[in-house]
Ligand binder design. Structure first.
Ligand code: ATP
Length: 225
């Protein structure tokens, strides 16, 4: 069984009189513990793809299956719950809340669901920060942290609910080459430790050796390269 299946997804935007078909019968399957990269020129539909996979936008056609469960069939009201429980997001800019410490950012989003007690959840927060090498940042606010540390905190936040799929939108774009690479390495590390599937949209071809599969978005469909 795949962690994530996108089956025959199509999406068009209305552009004045004409329709702009951005995704054209696109299919993709990502296994547990697989780290996949999606490349493509500006405007090719990478963000649209990630937004649909992240259940933030509905496709015109096709379906999304997470661990065998056809989630696109569910009512829109249930989508928020599915997003919270099954998906983790990492953005280009960390998008941490300025007035919370790292520890608080994680506790805020940490659902109790995967944990039996508060202590267990707090332990998971500590472990994750340790794995990502930012235990020293647990009581720091974003403004007291470097760009790389903030992005690590954002990775921790994405993984804290034990999601089944991670969606990362150009997570290395705001960092220099070395720091960007470290961030991709950290995502890979967590994907492997936790057996989570991840899709990363990127322009950064220097980090492609860190992923398991590479796709190029081309005329609305994905080509495996
Ligand atoms: N809400 C919208 N309404 C109309 N057209 C849209 C909308 N969002 C995106 N588009 C169009 O769909 C196409 C794909 O956009 P998308 O943002 O998915 O591309 P992208 O590959 O992520 O681009 P970039 O690399 O520049 O971020 C573009 O032509 C864009 O203009």
């Amino acid at each position: 069984m795949f962690a994530l299946e996108l089956n025959h997804i199509s999406k068009a935007y209305q552009d004045g009189e004409r329709e702009n078909l951005v995704l054209n019968d696109l299919s993709l399957k990502i296994g547990k513990g697989e780290f996949a990269a999606v490349l493509g020129p500006s405007g090719s539909g990478k963000s649209t793809l990630l937004t649909i996979a992240g259940m933030l936008l509905s496709a015109d056609k096709g379906n999304i299956i997470i661990n065998g469960d056809n989630v696109s069939d569910r009512k829109q009201k249930e989508w928020t719950k599915i997003r919270r429980e099954k998906l983790g997001f990492i953005f280009q800019n960390h998008q941490l809340l300025p007035y919370l410490t790292t520890e608080e950012q994680l506790k805020l989003v940490a659902d109790m669901k995967p944990y039996k007690t508060k202590e267990e959840r707090n332990k998971a927060v500590d472990e994750l920060l340790q794995e990502l090498g930012i235990s020293n940042c647990n009581k720091k606010y974003p403004k007291q942290m470097s760009g790389g540390e903030k992005q690590r905190a954002a990775i921790a936040r994405a993984f804290i609910n034990r999601p089944e799929v991670i969606l990362a939108d150009e997570p290395t774009a705001s960092l220099d080459g070395t720091r960007g690479r470290q961030i991709a390495e950290m995502i890979r590390q967590e994907v492997k430790i936790r057996n989570t599937a991840a899709i990363m949209v990127t322009h950064d071809e220097r980090i492609l050796d860190l992923v398991d599969s590479v796709y190029r978005l081309d005329y609305g469909n994905l080509l495996k390269i």
